[in-house]
Design a protein around this ligand. Structure first.
Ligand code: NAD
Length: 318
């Protein structure tokens, strides 16, 4: 029997990648991990270093020759393309790099995948491409209209993926629009890692945070990892666009209240003007009907349990 064909994961050492890699290895799928470690951490992948089904290559996805050689060597069955510049303030501070990594980098991965005859391709997009709305965003019924360079770079990545799918109609291409992932090992200084960092440094001090009123659709990262794998396997040939979210929106204040409840005392908070974003989307929530239809998706962890697990992992003893 021939050995199973590997999956390539770009951005494997990042937050989401570090959950997808073990899921694949546990079920016997070999993994070819790629990362330039600009944001991801090598230590997240150290536990798999001795696994014969795992290889890790330090590579910038914009290195088209290096990427093509790697794809040619491994002839992967599937690609999960996660590598990107992702933290919105960092993207806004460096638009040329954002476009270079998120757009040029995506084309580089698509081209290497085509040359190696890859049959299944996942492009990681974001809920941030939708025009702000109080209603849950639907993949086709809601308008897209990004208002920052990150969202625009992801929309361009979606369009490159769609173009590729038209040229390769027998392969399956999935655009997954992720909403707000949370869980242990987050790499970027989003709301929750920033909050936990302050709590670790001074558990009783007043927390200095940005806006608490925005509503977000918070997805446990471990569930998102399963959804990516299952949806990529289930997708039919052609182009599939999916929201990866819970379908429920909560305010940042609700999350703080929950943390206060779990630790047995409310969190003292004050607004830090330097953390208040000048342009902030008030409400981000997904319609998850498509993902349900494709893989019977329901996120397994509710917010209380997810936050409790995050606190246990990153704040112990809490
Ligand atoms: N975390 C979220 O809430 C969220 C929400 C929506 C979309 N996304 C998208 O999901 C994907 C994964 O997000 P994440 O939270 O794991 O982010 P992350 O920053 O932890 O992971 C991205 C990884 O890509 C790597 N990388 C960056 N530039 C690279 C390059 N030029 N070559 C090779 N590797 C490179 C980084 O080192 C990092 O390990 C990203 O595409 C992100 O835009 C994430």
């Amino acid at each position: 029997m021939s050995p199973p064909t590997p999956w390539v994961i770009t951005g494997a050492a990042g937050f989401l990648g570090s959950y997808i890699v073990p899921r694949l290895l546990e079920r016997g799928t070999p993994v070819v991990a790629i990362d330039d470690f600009s944001c991801g951490r090598e230590e997240y992948l150290e536990p798999y270093a001795l696994n014969p089904n795992f290889t890790l290559t330090r590579l910038d996805i914009r290195d088209t020759a290096g990427l093509s050689a790697l794809f040619e060597l491994h002839r992967p069955a599937a690609v999960v393309h996660l590598a990107a510049l992702h933290f919105i303030p960092a993207c806004m501070a460096d638009p040329p790099r954002t476009v270079s990594v998120n757009v040029h980098g995506t084309q580089s991965v698509l081209s290497a995948a085509r040359a190696a005859g890859v049959e299944r391709f996942w492009f990681t997009s974001t809920g941030d491409i939708y025009v702000p709305d109080e209603k849950p965003h639907h993949e086709t019924r809601s308008k897209v209209g990004p208002f920052n360079i990150y969202g625009l770079s992801k929309l361009l990545g979606e369009q490159l993926t769609a173009l590729e799918s038209r040229e390769r109609p027998n392969a399956a291409f999935v655009v997954g629009r992720l909403f707000n992932l949370y869980g242990p090992r987050e790499t970027n200084p989003h709301f929750l890692p920033e909050l936990l960092k302050q709590l670790r440094a001074a558990p009783e001090a007043v927390l200095r945070l940005g806006n608490l009123w925005p509503k977000r659709d918070m997805v446990p990262v471990a569930d998102a990892a399963s959804a990516v794998i299952d949806a990529l396997e289930a997708a039919p040939p052609g182009m599939t666009t999916l929201n990866v979210a819970t379908g429920v929106a909560v305010t940042m204040q609700q999350i703080l209240d929950l943390i206060g409840e779990l630790r047995g005392s409310p969190l003292p908070i004050e607004t830090d003007p330097s953390k208040v974003r000048s342009v902030e989307r008030p409400h981000l929530q997904a319609d998850v009907g498509e993902l349900k239809r494709l893989i019977g998706w329901t996120p397994h962890i509710d917010l209380r349990r997810g936050i409790a697990e995050l606190l246990a992992a990153e704040m112990a003893p809490f």
